[in-house]
Structures are given as structure tokens and as C-alpha cells.
Design a protein. Structure first.
Length: 256
């Protein structure tokens, strides 16, 4: 099947996650301060959000700020927090027009209160969006989320994947139905997971783009989706082409 028709067929079904890396190096390559790279990165988010529904994406999770990012210089952290706050305030009208529902996942109790207010307002005002569920991970750590969820497991009942997924969703303020990621993209030339969605990407297809995030385009995204459809997702099973008939139907080896 050609990728374009597959993209249309799958409309609003897939969950894509993106590690938006390379803002700082993009800024350095343009002789600009690091924060200018983050500003340019925010513009890329808008272009990628606009393109996502037509590429078959129903849920898009973006890694905006990791737990470890608190260790960056105070000026960069403060600049990012203000950028997030402005971003939520200025984007939400457009999200409403585009049918985008926003959720912020991660830890909340270290975020500045003006940012928290913008998060709450944006989540509330975009709650009716049905074309795309945009999830931004802020103060997020996959390992911490797993630890927190494990501590909430009730020793009296069996620990199933479903129960654990639902606890994991609770600890990061997410909805349980959004847990499984179909594809993970990382821009910016590095090839690592950086503590992002460690449980949720168990069966995700991985893609690494050499572009710095501010240079990542909807065309790049479309190319990745075409490659996604060319790959065969087996979830640990055999490819249908390699499947053998049941044992009962197989000729037994003849002993001599
Ligand atoms: C990685 O680039 C990016 C981040 C740490 C933050 C991601 C933030 C944005 C895309 C900015 C806009 C986001 C929102 C939600 C408004 P880096 O600084 O690690 O780049 P480097 O590896 O080149 O230094």
C-alpha cells in the first residue's frame, strides 16, 4: 500500500513522541544565545502540531523539560519557564481553532505558579479538542515516574501491565489510554532516550533525525511517517511470511 493512503487510513490513531533536541547547538551555529534556540524551537512546535493530524497522529507527546534540565544555568532555566508560560498563553487560542487538546505531563510541584496557572487554563480551555491530543512533558523523568508508580502498587492484588500503566499515568497527571507510544523521534544527532517515557516506548519504532529541532520541518516528519509505514511491527511475534503451519500439520521427520 502506498504510504500516503496508509497515512490517511490511520487518521488520528497513532501516538508519536518527540525528543526535541538541538536548540542550543542551532543557536550556537547562528551566533545566537541559547535562549534564542529555544524560541526558535517553540516555532517549530507550532509547525509540527499543525502537520500532525494529517500524518495520522492522534497523540503527540513532546519532551519540553526533563528533571535533569533543572541543573542548567539559572538564566536558561528561568528563560525556559517564562517561554513556556508565554507559549501556553499565546498558543491556546490557536489550539482551540485547530481542535488541539493540551495536557502537561510530569511533576507539578516545582513549577513556578504563573506557569502552573497557564497550564491549568490551557488544559481547561482546550479540553474539547478532538483532532490532536498534544502532551507536553515538563519536569519529567521516566525513571522517577516508574518508581512513584511502583510505590503505589497494592501488594494485595496482582501487578498487571494494565494496572501499572494506569498508576504510571496517575503519577505524571496523564490519562491511561495515552500510554503506548507507536513511534519515538529524536532530533539533534544524539541517539539516546534521556529518561523519556521508558515504560511507554516498549514497542515504539525509533527514529533519529540529524536536524536540530528548530530546523525540523513537517516534510521531515512526513518522511519519518512514510518510513514508519514501511517498517513491519511484529510486537515480538513472527512475520506472517515466516509463520509455519501448526505442529499437527507438519510432516514428522522420518526415522531410518
Ligand atoms: C533541547 O535542546 C531542548 C530542550 C532542553 C528543551 C526543549 C524546549 C523547546 C523545544 C523550546 C520550546 C518549548 C516549549 C514548550 C515552548 P538543547 O538545549 O539540549 O540543545 P543542545 O543539545 O544543542 O544544547
Amino acid at each position: 500500500m502506498n504510504p500516503d493512503s496508509q497515512l490517511k487510513q490511520s487518521s488520528s490513531r497513532l501516538h508519536a513522541a518527540i525528543i526535541m533536541d538541538g536548540n542550543g547547538r542551532w543557536a550556537a551555529s547562528h551566533g545566537l544565545p541559547r535562549l534564542a534556540g529555544h524560541f526558535a524551537g517553540a516555532k517549530t512546535i507550532r509547525r509540527i502540531v499543525a502537520a500532525a493530524p494529517a500524518l495520522g497522529i492522534g497523540t503527540l507527546t513532546l519532551y519540553a523539560f526533563s528533571k535533569n534540565n533543572w541543573e542548567r544555568p539559572a538564566e536558561e532555566v528561568g528563560g525556559l519557564m517564562r517561554l513556556f508560560e508565554d507559549f501556553f498563553r499565546t498558543e491556546r487560542e490557536w489550539w482551540i481553532e485547530q481542535g488541539v487538546r493540551l495536557s502537561v505531563i510530569g511533576r507539578r510541584n516545582r513549577l513556578p505558579s504563573p506557569l502552573l496557572m497557564e497550564i491549568e487554563n490551557s488544559q481547561y480551555l482546550t479540553r474539547g479538542g478532538e483532532r490532536l491530543h498534544l502532551r507536553l512533558a515538563v519536569d519529567y523523568s521516566g525513571q522517577d515516574a516508574i518508581l512513584d508508580a511502583a510505590q503505589r502498587l497494592d501488594s494485595g492484588s496482582p501487578a498487571t501491565r494494565e494496572r501499572f500503566s494506569s498508576l504510571l499515568a496517575q503519577v505524571v497527571h496523564a490519562a491511561a489510554e495515552d500510554q503506548n507510544v507507536d513511534l519515538l523521534i529524536r532530533t539533534g544527532r544524539e541517539q539516546r532516550l534521556s529518561d523519556f517515557l521508558l515504560w511507554e516506548i516498549a514497542y515504539a519504532e525509533l527514529f533519529f533525525s540529524p536536524r536540530y529541532w528548530p530546523d525540523f520541518t513537517p516534510e521531515d516528519f512526513k518522511g519519518i511517517m512514510e518510513e514508519f509505514w514501511r517498517r513491519e511491527r511484529r510486537f515480538g511475534r513472527l512475520s506472517p511470511a515466516l509463520e509455519q503451519p501448526p505442529l499437527a500439520e507438519m510432516p514428522l521427520p522420518v526415522s531410518v
